[in-house]
Design a protein around this ligand. Structure first.
Ligand SMILES: NC(=O)c1ccc[n+]([C@@H]2O[C@H](COP(=O)([O-])OP(=O)(O)OC[C@H]3O[C@@H](n4cnc5c(N)ncnc54)[C@H](O)[C@@H]3O)[C@@H](O)[C@H]2O)c1
Length: 364
């Protein structure tokens, strides 16, 4: 993947203190970008952002994107050429606790970033990150295409579907003339990878159980989900930004960056994969593993939502690189090694490894 275009480019990442934003910032740093970020403070001392100290390699702005003046000040100070917008309230469960705050951050906050782009002549390309949940979920088995209608039942999904409409409106109203910023949106599903400590997510729960040596209780071990490593969509976002710079009119639209259909596996198999990895690393360590606590009368789970990724595969020449075993191994390796190590170097090693695999599998 030739990403030399980012060298010396002024790039603003919103959400840089978060899980995906920190990995993206580390990647852009290795590519030689002149980086800045706008986010709230990191959540825990163990976040990738904190452990990697990537904040020392960038202009690290802390502020709330719900406040337009804060956003405009950062654009004014940084004059970025490329924007990656990832700042969001990203959890469905939290959106039920705070629907108004979720809409304010995800929908209004996105409008504020777009206003920053509109008022800043230096911006040439922007990738606005939403989610696979932005589509109206029709509970069908086919992959959703970029042309399918936006929707969203819970407040998180609706806030992102609404953000997509706001992005499309700004694009049509303000960015369609040649020479204006090229603005695309990127839709990806749940990802796993080193340094995610969010509540109510399987991998962080596995790691907490492993570190505390308690048995992990899994309510739906048979439930199937797609499993994708965080570097897969991030590679897609970078490739998309590169194309936006090179041919703005052809790429300023919505893009899916989901996994391949065969990456769908049961939750229990993922937990097995992690504990097997840790057992191989530390054969003498006692490990409680996981146990099935499913009950016959538990609530029905929403159907699987898959993305159709044909467009990104054909037009961007992007496709997922890692198979299921490698996705687990990359993630488990990070958690097995992060304590007491140089985390920036660990992330860079994984990035190099990933890019080598990308080269050998995507460019032959
Ligand atoms: N992680 C996933 O599996 C996943 C799946 C689909 C889409 N996404 C999307 O990717 C993006 C990044 O997700 P993540 O998993 O890294 O989330 P995260 O919670 O780890 O990070 C969120 C980031 O947004 C910032 N932020 C939140 N509210 C803010 C506000 N009001 N003002 C300024 N900054 C604010 C946080 O400080 C943090 O830097 C989000 O847009 C999310 O919706 C994530």
């Amino acid at each position: 993947m030739d990403l030399t275009v980012f060298k010396n480019k002024k790039v603003l990442v919103t959400g840089h203190t978060g899980f995906k934003g920190a990995w993206l910032s580390i990647w852009l740093d290795t590519l030689g970008a002149k980086l800045s970020g706008l986010s709230l403070d990191p959540r825990t001392e163990k976040d990738v952002f904190v452990l990697s100290k990537i904040g020392n390699h960038m202009q690290d702005h802390r502020g709330d994107i719900r406040d337009l003046e804060t956003v405009l000040k950062v654009f004014e100070a940084e004059q970025p050429e490329i924007v990656f917008h990832l700042a969001a309230q990203p959890l469905v469960l939290d959106s039920y606790q705070d629907p108004v705050g979720t809409f304010a951050t995800n929908t209004q906050g996105t409008a504020h970033i777009l206003e920053g782009i509109r008022r800043t002549a230096s911006v040439r390309a922007a990738v606005m990150v939403t989610t696979d949940k932005c589509y109206e979920n029709r509970e069908w088995v086919y992959g959703y295409r970029e042309t399918d209608p936006m929707g969203g039942h819970d407040p998180y999904s609706a806030s992102k579907g609404a953000a997509e409409l706001v992005i499309a409106s700004f694009r049509r109203s303000f960015f369609s003339a040649p020479g204006n910023a090229a603005v695309a949106s990127a839709r990806a599903g749940n990802v796993i990878g080193g340094g995610d400590w969010s509540g109510f997510r399987l991998v962080p729960d596995i790691i907490r159980a492993y570190e505390q040596n308690t048995a992990l209780e899994i309510r739906s071990p048979q439930a199937v989900r797609p499993w994708q490593h965080v570097l897969e969509p991030l590679g897609g976002y970078l490739l998309l930004a590169k194309h936006l710079l090179e041919a703005p009119a052809d790429f300023a639209e919505g893009w899916n960056f989901g996994p391949l259909p065969h990456s769908v596996h049961p939750v229990g198999k993922v937990a097995d994969g992690f504990f097997e990895y840790f057992r191989q690393q530390q054969p003498d360590r006692a490990m409680a593993g996981w146990r099935d606590v499913s009950s016959p009368d538990q609530a029905h789970e929403a159907g699987l939502l898959m993305l159709d990724i044909s467009k990104a595969m054909h037009k961007l020449h992007w496709k997922p690189v890692l198979d299921f075993r490698e996705t687990i191994a990359f993630t488990a390796e990070w958690y097995a090694r992060y304590a007491g190590t140089d985390v920036l170097r660990l992330c860079q090693e994984q990035l190099n490894q990933y890019q080598e695999l990308w080269k050998s599998r995507n460019e032959n």
